[in-house]
Ligand binder design. Structure first.
Ligand code: PLP
Length: 464
């Protein structure tokens, strides 16, 4: 009896690492037969995450890694809310609708109060929906004209992988304009060359993944206007504003890229990137309700009420949407401008420091005029480098920094570049610490030149 009591006592009082539960390693690929104390399981699982990189030093990601304590509180408060249950949680639904209207207004929709849009899990889902609307509208146009609908194509510059997915899933030919020399984005001339009556739309990116640059939406739109006058082809534009949709309106308001251009029919953005919301929210908004084919909207009645839905997911957390709305109220236009301008400033500081090192040419300095707060650079031609960008990326990892190096897409696969994404939470002080480590890495390679450099694969390409 006493022995039994002692057993239980041990179980209750053992220090976690001295416990019987943790005196053995847990199985990794099958479920254990027996239960474990919650505290013990928690310790083991969260300890394993120490092996992940430190997200704040992850300069590859575009997504938020620093969040205000109030956002953490909102996420905890809303953990139990399914955003699809719009009848049960009408106020969360109302907040989502307000966010759509706030974005429509921010992007200068002519009819922001009545337009349509939706939250999504990110820009990938939002792009899928935007692309589908282009495809459906094109098919309707073709059918009305008695023309075939079997060979749709879409024109873009060097896009994020979500557009490759869209094209493959929907059997749309992707006419991706290749990079050429020092041109790393689309231009009007290259777009017009590729347009025909089977073009469902043109998709410029505001903040290209590889360099952070803004593609020239206005110039492309003007060229398509001219094309319409000459040839009668009316080609719509969808803007992938995953990052830029939340930056340009604040730090470069004079840039005309949004619904001020009548040809821009829809825009997607990532709330969890420069929208400053926690991971798991994106947005797609149409210029006006008429641009969203009714066919794509489903009405469901089994949640109570009759709810129109247009999204790929059904159940989804509501917290990110509430946090997005919190940011709108908390920061306002002025707050967003300040946060993003400080990121641009830090980017330009980094670009100057990197240029001073003598080894590199800056491709984009991350200033507000050229794109999002991202610095990208390449090795200078005609100078001896005792390292490659992949070696540098690998060396920086010894200090926890994740600064991606990768080769460009077609037709510049020969060109390796490196890139830093500056986000809220990566300030001037961290930037100066990073630069000290960057200089130290170069000094290291000056002393110990690399004889046999790593390949891109060996270095583990980890850009987005
Ligand atoms: C990040 C990104 C995407 C994908 O967005 P997610 O929110 O990660 O799904 C699409 N396009 C561009 C230009 C991006 O930067």
């Amino acid at each position: 009896m006493l022995h039994k009591k002692d057993d239980v006592r041990d179980e209750l009082l053992d220090e976690v690492f001295a416990s019987g539960d943790l005196s053995v390693s847990l199985p990794k690929y099958r479920m254990p037969q027996k239960e474990h104390l919650a505290a013990h399981a928690y310790q083991v699982v969260t300890d394993e995450l120490m092996l992940d990189g430190n997200s704040r030093q992850n300069l590859a990601t575009f997504c938020q890694t620093w969040l205000e304590p109030e956002i953490r509180a909102i996420m905890a408060d809303t953990l139990d809310k399914n955003m699809i249950d719009k009848d049960e949680y009408p106020q969360t639904a109302e907040i989502e609708a307000r966010c759509v209207h706030i974005l429509a207004d921010l992007w200068n929709s002519p009819d922001a109060e009545n337009t349509l849009g939706t939250s999504t899990t990110g820009s990938s889902e939002a792009a899928m929906l935007g692309g589908m609307a282009l495809l459906w509208n094109w098919r309707a146009r073709q059918r009305a004209a008695g023309k075939p609908t079997d060979k749709p194509n879409m024109i873009c510059g060097p896009v994020q992988v979500c557009w490759h997915k869209f094209a493959r899933y929907w059997d749309v030919e992707l006419r991706e304009i290749p990079m050429e020399g020092d041109r790393f984005i689309m231009n009007a001339e290259e777009v017009i060359k590729r347009v025909d009556e089977n073009t469902i739309g043109v998709v410029p990116t505001l903040g290209v993944t590889f360099t952070g640059q803004y593609e020239p939406v206005h110039e492309v739109s003007d060229a398509l206007d001219k094309l319409q006058e000459e040839k009668g082809l009316d080609i719509p534009i969808h803007v992938d504003g995953a990052s830029g949709g939340f930056i340009a309106p604040f730090t470069l308001p004079e840039l005309v890229w949004d619904f001020r251009l009548p040809r821009v029919k829809s825009i997607n953005t990532s709330g969890h990137k420069f929208g400053l919301a926690p991971l798991g929210v994106g947005w797609v908004v149409w210029r006006d309700a008429a641009e969203l084919p009714e066919d794509l909207i489903f009405n469901v009645n089994y949640l109570g009420g009759n709810m129109p839905t247009f999204a790929l997911n059904f159940s989804r957390p509501g917290g990110q949407i509430v946090a997005q709305y919190y940011n709108f109220m908390r920061l306002g236009r002025e707050g967003y401008r300040k946060v993003h301008q400080s990121c641009h400033d830090t980017s330009m500081f980094l670009a100057e420091e990197i240029a001073k090192l003598g080894h590199f040419d800056i491709i984009n300095n991350g200033g507000a005029e050229s794109g999002i707060p991202a610095v990208s650079w390449k090795l200078k031609d005609g100078v001896d480098h005792p390292f490659t960008l992949f070696d540098l990326a690998d060396r920086l990892r010894t200090r926890g920094w994740q600064v991606p190096a990768y080769t460009m897409p077609a037709d510049r696969q020969d060109l390796p570049v490196q890139r830093i994404l500056v986000r809220q939470g990566f300030g001037r002080d961290e930037a100066s610490l990073l630069m000290a480590d960057y200089r130290a890495a170069i000094e290291h390679f000056d002393k110990h030149p690399i004889v046999n450099s790593m390949t891109e694969e060996e270095a583990g390409s980890f850009h987005h």
